[in-house]
Write a protein that binds this ligand. Sequence first.
Ligand SMILES: [Zn+2]
Length: 185
Amino acid sequence: MGQEPVRRRDHAYRHATVVVATLLLPLALVVTRGRRFRERACEWAFRIRYPAESLAGLTPETRAAFVAARCAALWHDAELIGVTSGHRLFAEQEELFQEAVTSYGSEPRAREWVLPPQESAHVQGIAVDVRPTEGARWLERHGDRFGLYRTYANEWWHFEYHPSYRATGRRPPMRPTPGTLPARY
Ligand SMILES: [Zn+2]
């Protein structure tokens, strides 16, 4: 019962963002040559919806795949996909990891949620943490078209760009936690 107003608000945000993106289409068409004007309008609308988020530091390929994916989600299904965390600096990831070691009590337990910087896909610029859950579900269903995959069973929000899988039609194996070693090890 208590969730209903939130859901109604989310619904309003989704449709408001579609309306804003639609209104921005003519301007995007003027300033963008080629087919990318729909993505441009979409990204402008996302900047209004999620003003604090940043795609800076992602590899250009990861960023392009993510923008294409969330534009498809918005235009085709009126689904919003926001970024809570994208690229992280080595030092930022080190700090997150050390904080996790302190709060979980050991490195192995910390690694169930946060990897050290040498191993983190966020530091490599190929990972995005997304919100809300509906947006993450959309990305889990359709992300393979863009080379974007959920990689950890315990993190519904974490997606990585792995273009090598797109050609094969397979998905990278989902590991239970970030700290679980890949099967080949
Ligand atoms: Zn993540």
